[in-house]
Design a protein around this ligand. Structure first.
Ligand code: EPS
Length: 374
C-alpha cells in the first residue's frame, strides 16, 4: 500500500479535515482543478438548501511547497460555512461543563435538548449507530455518518487525479439512471416530481478510468487485487449498495464464448475488441479502460417520513426529518471517480515507486519500453 488517508469532521462542525500519507515529491498541484472537483460534488438536481450555503474549497496546511508536493503528509481542510448556524448544538459540546455556573449550564443543556433527535430514520445509520454506542441522541450518529464527509474524500481524490494526469490517466462519471428513469433529458423533472411528494431517489452511475497501464494490482494476494480494492472504495461511499465491473452481474447470463474478450495484436500492440471484463482480469488492469457501475439507494431522510420508533421509549412515530437532499446521484458520481483515483494512484505508486516524480517517470517510461519490445 502506498497511500493512506484519514478524514475527520462533522456535517455541522467547524471544519472537515484529511491527512494523506504517501504522496511522492515533485508533483505540481493544480488547485483550480481540485476546487472544480469540489464544486462538481455540490452540483446536481435534488440537492437541498445546504449547498446554497457552502462553497467548498481546499486549504492545504502541510506537505506542499510552492504548489509542489514535498513527500511529507498532506494535511488539508474544508470549511463548513453552515457551522455558524449550528453553534448550538455543535460547538457547545466543546464547552467544559465543570467551569460554567449552574444557570448557564442549564441554559446550554436546554439548547442541546432542543436539537436532540430521537426518531430513527429507516435506512440511515441511526438505528445501529445509536444502539452500538449507547447514544440517546441520533445527532451523534448523523453528524459523522452524513455524506458531508465525502467532500474531504473528493479533495484527496482530486490530488490523486491531478498526479495521474501526468501519466495521461483520467476519470469520468456519468449518470445511467435515476430511479426508473433512463432518459437524461428527463432526470430533472423526474427528481422534482418525487421532491414534491416528499420522497427521495437513488440511481446508477458509470465510472470510466481512461488509459490505465496494464498490470496495476496483482493476482498474488486477495488484498492486492485491483477489482477488490475498487469495489471496497465504491461500497464505502454512503448509500452505495452495489458495484459492478464490466458486464458485472450480466456476466453470469452468458457462456465463455459469448462473453470473454478475445486478444489481438497489431504492430506490436496488444488489445481486445470488446471490454466485457471492464479492464480488469485476474485482479489486474489489462490495459483497457476500467469500467465500473455503482448503484446508490434513495436518500433515507424524507419529508414524507416513514414509520419508525423512538430510540428510548420504542414508541411508534414517524421518522425524523430535517433539511436534506432528495437526490444526490450526481454528487455520488463525483465522489466515486475521486475514490477510484485514490485506488488507482495507490496501485500505480506500488508499481512505479513511492518517493519522487523523477524516479516514477523513469520507471513508467522503462516499463512502457519493455512492453513495446516484447
Ligand atoms: C446529509 C444531509 C444534508 C446534505 C448533506 C448530507 O445536509 P444538511 O443536514 O446540512 O442539510 O446536504 O450533504 C452535504 C452537506 C454535502 O456536502 O454533501 C446527510 O444527512 O447525509
Amino acid at each position: 500500500m502506498a497511500i493512506r488517508f484519514l478524514t475527520s469532521g462533522e456535517s455541522h462542525g467547524e471544519k472537515l479535515n484529511a491527512i494523506i500519507e504517501g504522496i511522492p515529491y515533485g508533483y505540481e498541484l493544480d488547485f483550480d482543478f481540485i476546487n472544480s472537483e469540489l464544486a462538481s460534488r455540490q452540483q446536481g438536481c435534488g440537492r437541498g438548501g445546504r449547498m446554497k450555503i457552502e462553497k467548498d474549497t481546499i486549504k492545504i496546511l502541510s506537505g506542499v511547497r510552492f504548489s509542489t508536493t514535498t513527500a511529507s503528509p498532506i494535511a488539508l481542510e474544508i470549511e463548513n460555512k453552515d457551522w455558524q448556524n449550528w453553534i448550538y448544538p455543535m460547538s457547545v459540546e466543546k464547552i467544559n461543563f465543570n467551569k460554567v455556573n449552574a444557570k448557564l449550564k442549564k441554559e446550554i443543556e436546554e439548547k442541546i435538548n432542543d436539537k436532540k433527535i430521537t426518531k430513527l430514520r429507516p435506512a440511515h445509520a441511526d438505528l445501529a449507530g445509536t444502539i452500538k454506542y449507547g447514544f440517546d441522541d441520533i445527532r451523534y450518529v448523523l453528524e459523522r455518518s452524513s455524506a458531508r464527509e465525502t467532500a474531504t474524500r473528493v479533495a484527496v481524490g482530486a490530488i490523486c487525479q491531478n498526479i495521474l494526469k501526468y501519466y495521461d490517466i483520467s476519470f469520468i462519471s456519468e449518470i445511467i439512471s435515476i430511479g426508473l428513469c433512463k432518459d437524461k433529458n428527463n432526470f430533472e423533472n423526474y427528481i422534482k416530481d418525487f421532491q414534491k411528494e416528499g420522497d427521495s431517489l437513488g440511481g446508477v452511475i458509470k465510472i470510466t478510468i481512461k488509459n490505465p497501464p496494464v498490470g496495476l494490482g496483482s493476482f498474488n494476494h486477495w488484498d492486492n487485487r485491483l477489482d477488490g480494492k475498487l469495489a471496497q472504495a465504491m461500497m464505502s461511499i454512503p448509500a452505495v449498495k452495489c458495484v459492478e465491473i464490466g458486464l458485472g452481474k450480466e456476466y453470469a447470463k452468458y457462456s465463455g464464448h459469448q462473453s470473454h474478450d478475445e486478444i489481438f495484436e497489431e504492430n506490436g500492440k496488444i488489445y481486445h475488441k470488446t471490454n466485457n471484463s471492464g479492464g480488469i482480469e485476474g485482479g489486474m488492469s489489462n490495459g483497457e479502460d476500467i469500467i465500473l457501475k455503482i448503484a446508490m439507494k434513495p436518500i433515507p431522510t424524507m419529508k414524507k417520513a416513514l414509520n419508525s420508533i423512538e430510540i428510548k421509549t420504542h414508541k411508534k412515530t414517524k421518522a425524523h426529518f430535517e433539511r436534506a437532499d432528495n437526490c444526490a446521484v450526481e454528487a455520488c458520481g463525483t465522489v466515486a471517480r475521486n475514490m477510484a483515483a485514490i485506488i488507482i494512484l495507490d496501485a500505480f505508486l506500488d508499481k512505479f515507486g513511492k518517493d519522487c516524480k523523477r524516479d516514477i517517470d523513469l520507471a513508467f517510461q522503462n516499463y512502457q519500453k519493455r512492453i513495446n519490445e516484447t
